[in-house]
Design a protein around this ligand. Structure first.
Ligand code: NAG
Length: 187
């Protein structure tokens, strides 16, 4: 009896810790056109201006990673084509030194993420988590989503002048959690 209770308590405790997201240093703030001071830099556009990482809700599809251009309220979400969104947009914020970009590709991503923590970018309804990706494209950085729920075909999707495009090699935004004992489990 005592043993059963011990096992039950152990299981309960373990489950709780692995799903808790406490102590994460990044967070999403509301974005209405102005970039907060603690926004995490995504890269630079063709004119050398900073771009940032956003998140937008696409109805019946999920929470999608988008590129944010300072001063521009509207974002173009790569989700079954390009969806224009100008409401309830979020921008990724936190200490810049807690994140870094790691090169990967669609067939290798799952292996590369073992025992590491990629920043969660959102989700696709019924499919799973997506991560934050970027590529260098025609002289500028493009921010987009990685459908990492798809084992061995975790591709990067972005807005290329109004068209949704898919690329298999990219960089993924990682969280530097060396002093953290908490991992986010794959979906
Ligand atoms: C994907 O990345 C792995 C590890 O870096 C590498 O060995 C492999 O060749 C890459 N595949 C492609 C198609 O780039």
């Amino acid at each position: 009896m005592a043993r059963t209770i011990c096992v039950a308590i152990f299981v309960l405790f373990t489950c709780q810790t692995s799903y808790s997201l406490r102590d994460l240093d990044y967070y999403w703030r509301e974005y209405t056109g102005e970039v907060p001071e603690d926004a995490i830099l995504g890269g630079r556009d063709i004119n050398g201006n900073n771009i940032y990482i956003g998140q937008a809700y696409v109805k019946n599809e999920g929470l999608v990673v988008v590129q944010i251009t300072p001063g521009v309220r509207q974002v173009l979400a790569p989700m079954k084509g390009i969806k224009k969104i100008d409401k309830y947009i979020k921008i990724l914020c936190g200490p810049q030194q807690k994140v870094f970009w790691m090169s990967s590709n669609s067939s290798n991503l799952h292996l590369a993420l073992i025992d590491k923590h990629a920043v969660i970018g959102g989700h696709e309804d019924g499919l799973g988590y997506i991560n934050i990706g970027r590529i260098s494209h025609e002289g500028e950085v493009k921010i987009g989503k990685i459908n990492s729920f798809s084992a061995e075909s975790a591709q990067f999707y972005f807005n290329d002048n109004g068209l949704e495009r898919l690329i298999t090699s990219y960089e993924i935004l990682m969280y530097n959690d060396k002093d953290l004992d908490v991992r986010i489990k794959p979906y």
